[in-house]
Design a protein around this ligand. Structure first.
Ligand code: ARG
Length: 462
């Protein structure tokens, strides 16, 4: 059989053109969705009497047997049939004869391809929410073990104030929680059905778009056929959300790389998540978090790529739109691969509580607390800040930390110091008194974990 659109042509397509314009090498990933869309469409054609129900049933049977062939890897896609839509239609006609040609009544590849991608992203979005929840569960698991584990909290990557390690981990929980919300919210827009818009202007057949929407589980139909076939903002939205998720993964990965360095040694990644060096036998490299960080770049690229494709396109369909797919698949696959690795990597990492403890004992991250101490004794904060600055300088010069200073030394800087200063400066105390809602005190962190656990189990039930 020649090309499905071959009627008005007098020459064969140039081979290079055929290869250049074909999308089957990548859009075959939409095969399942393409068949699902066709099944609903043909059912509606039959119900509306646009084609005889008997023909609709033959087409449905044909489509179902192609679906089975796909599962059994018995289908060979051909570049000369250009894309997944024409490959499947051609297979159908080969299978059931000319009646298969009735399937394309009242639709176009333009509304068909848009529908396929809506269906694809709907499934992937839901799956990604589950994968994000696996990561959240892993974070909760480690957090629960480390409510009392203290690490320096940093600003400017300089030690600032001690925090519970659980608090630090849970910060990522909330980032992923918002990512999940973003994905779930985007479903509202993914659930608009383009099918029934025809090439751009609608169709002359008495179709029932609501019925197709119902069959495919869409919430509503696009009210404007030109918008329906031209819209790719549902993909842009997905790529934006995907980029944000990868940004969060990347920041966390960066911390894992730093924390597992010889200089920090706060954590150790499990051997099964690291690789060695071909030349330096002592090396254990954190390749996984490095790659997670590195792969973030391609997801940004996919977003910018599609934004650029769309920015100058006149309505309605233009072949440029075929460029929407590879980036979308790539971001989906990058997210899936990344989230699947992240969860077990978090679960299996070892937290070096002793190292963290030593670090906390040997720093000035309790300095804010002596300032607050003097303020509570009546000194204005600015003056207190000045006094403590001098104490810190003195301590550095004497090779000591604040808790090593003698009571007499404290008194020389201010007569307001009493011997309770040693309790106030103990790291546990420093953390425990940050007991405001959302703060790092163990009580608050526990509350936060409870809240988080409820959220994760609630949305799993959803
Ligand atoms: N493969 C095409 C794409 O992905 C399908 C739509 C083709 N439509 C057309 N009028 N050429 O965009």
């Amino acid at each position: 059989m020649s090309k499905l659109w071959g009627g008005r042509f007098t020459k064969e397509t140039n081979k290079l053109v055929e290869e250049f314009t074909a999308s089957i090498s990548f859009d075959q990933k939409l095969a399942k969705e393409d068949i699902a869309g066709s099944l609903a469409h043909v059912q509606m054609l039959g119900e509306c009497g646009i084609i005889p129900m008997e023909d609709a049933n033959k087409i449905k049977d044909g489509l179902l047997s192609i679906k089975k062939m796909l599962v059994d890897h018995e289908v060979e896609f051909l570049v000369e049939d250009e894309d997944i839509h024409m490959n499947i239609e051609k297979l159908l006609i080969e299978k059931i004869g000319p009646v298969g040609g009735k399937l394309h009544t009242g639709r176009s590849r333009n509304d068909q391809v848009a529908t396929d991608m809506h269906l694809y992203l709907r499934t992937k979005t839901t799956e990604l929410v589950k994968l994000l929840e696996d990561v959240q569960q892993a974070l909760i698991g480690q957090a629960k073990e480390n409510v009392q584990t203290l690490i320096p909290g940093y600003t400017h990557l300089q030690r600032a104030q001690p925090v519970s390690f659980a608090h630090h981990l849970m910060a990522y929980f909330w980032m992923f929680e918002r990512d999940k919300e973003r994905l779930l919210d985007s479903l509202k827009r993914i659930n608009w059905l383009p099918l029934g818009s025809g090439a751009l202007a609608g169709t002359t057949f008495p179709i029932n778009r609501e019925r197709v929407a119902e069959l495919l589980g869409f919430e509503t139909v696009y009210p404007n056929s030109m918008d329906a076939v031209s819209d790719r903002d549902f993909i842009l939205e997905f790529l934006s959300i995907g980029s944000i998720i990868m940004t969060h993964i990347s920041r966390f990965s960066e911390e894992l790389v730093i924390w597992s360095s010889q200089e920090f040694q706060f954590i150790e990644l499990d051997d099964s998540f690291c690789t060695g060096s071909s030349i330096m036998p002592q090396k254990k490299n954190p390749d996984v978090p490095e790659l997670l960080r590195g792969k973030t770049g391609r997801t940004y690229g996919n977003l910018i790529g599609l934004l650029t494709v769309l920015k100058g396109l006149p309505l309605a369909y233009n072949k440029d739109l075929q460029e929407d797919k590879e980036g979308m698949f790539d971001t989906v696959e990058t997210l899936e691969g990344s989230l699947k690795l992240l969860a077990p990597m978090i679960e299996t990492m070892t937290v070096n509580k002793d190292v963290m403890r030593k670090v906390i004992n040997n720093d000035f991250s309790n300095a804010t607390d002596i300032a607050d101490y003097l303020v509570r004794k009546g000194l204005p904060f600015r003056e207190a800040h000045e006094v403590i600055g001098k104490i810190v300088l003195f301590a550095i010069q004497s090779n000591k930390f604040l808790l090593d200073l003698t009571f007499e030394e404290f008194q020389e800087f201010s007569p307001l110091f009493e011997d309770d200063i040693y309790t106030v400066l103990a790291p546990e105390h420093v953390v425990a008194v940050r007991n405001s809602f959302g703060g790092t005190a163990p009580d608050q962190v526990m509350k936060q974990i409870k809240l988080a656990e409820n959220l994760v189990t609630r949305s799993i039930r959803r």
